[in-house]
Design a protein around this ligand. Structure first.
Ligand SMILES: C[S@@+](CC[C@H](N)C(=O)[O-])C[C@H]1O[C@@H](n2cnc3c(N)ncnc32)[C@H](O)[C@@H]1O
Length: 182
């Protein structure tokens, strides 16, 4: 597809998509991971991003290498603690669903991801903090079939955000199933 066709296609999906979707990022320290997360946020229309812990800074030039100009398109707030970030998301009307391989978590396809939902992801090395897991309204994990410990955090974020959007899109009528370019 030509860039103008992609723009038109994006516009069509933007008009149809109404659910509010947000993200809380806790202590994702690698700039390339945060950049990739920002690009995914821009792609799926994340309304707000809360950053906490020692997460990388969206303005860091190293973030820009993977964000590719999308950082400016994602409204974000940095808060100094996880309880503050959770409170901000709750105050804004979101149900917080932490994405983590944690006890009590339900598989992604069964998670309460309908709008208004704020997904939360954790640090590359130690995952979501106990405070985040305790303060979330629900926990979900992405099932893994291979013999791996976990996904890269940016990849896990993309899978979870895509699933949250898919929930709304799956409820659309046949018109929305038209192939791109029609
Ligand atoms: C690399 S993982 C952290 C792994 C860490 N070694 C641990 O054992 O907790 C970083 C983040 O990615 C997300 N993540 C990665 N794989 C996941 C999965 N299969 N299900 C849910 N979240 C996942 C979580 O948000 C996690 O906090």
């Amino acid at each position: 597809m030509r860039p103008t066709d992609v723009k038109r296609l994006n516009r069509q999906w933007r008009r149809r998509t109404e659910g509010r979707l947000a993200l809380l990022v806790e202590s994702v320290t690698q700039p390339f991971n945060l950049g990739s997360i920002l690009r995914t946020c821009a792609t799926f229309g994340v309304d707000h991003l809360w950053l906490t812990g020692n997460s990388a800074d969206p303005d860091d030039p190293k973030v820009g290498k993977t964000a590719l100009g999308t950082a400016a398109k994602v409204e974000h707030t940095r808060l100094s603690s996880t309880p503050q970030a959770l409170a901000a998301a709750h105050e804004a009307g979101y149900r917080v669903v932490a994405v983590e391989l944690a006890g009590g978590a339900v598989p992604l396809h069964a998670a309460p991801l309908e709008a208004d939902v704020c997904l939360a992801v954790g640090a590359e090395d130690h995952g979501c903090s106990p405070a985040l897991l305790a303060g979330a309204d629900a926990l979900t994990y992405i099932p893994q079939i291979g013999r791996v410990g976990s996904l890269n955090v940016a990849v896990a974020t993309a899978i979870a955000l895509a699933e949250a959007r898919r929930r709304e899109w799956a409820s659309f009528g046949e018109d929305a199933d038209a192939p791109a370019g029609n």
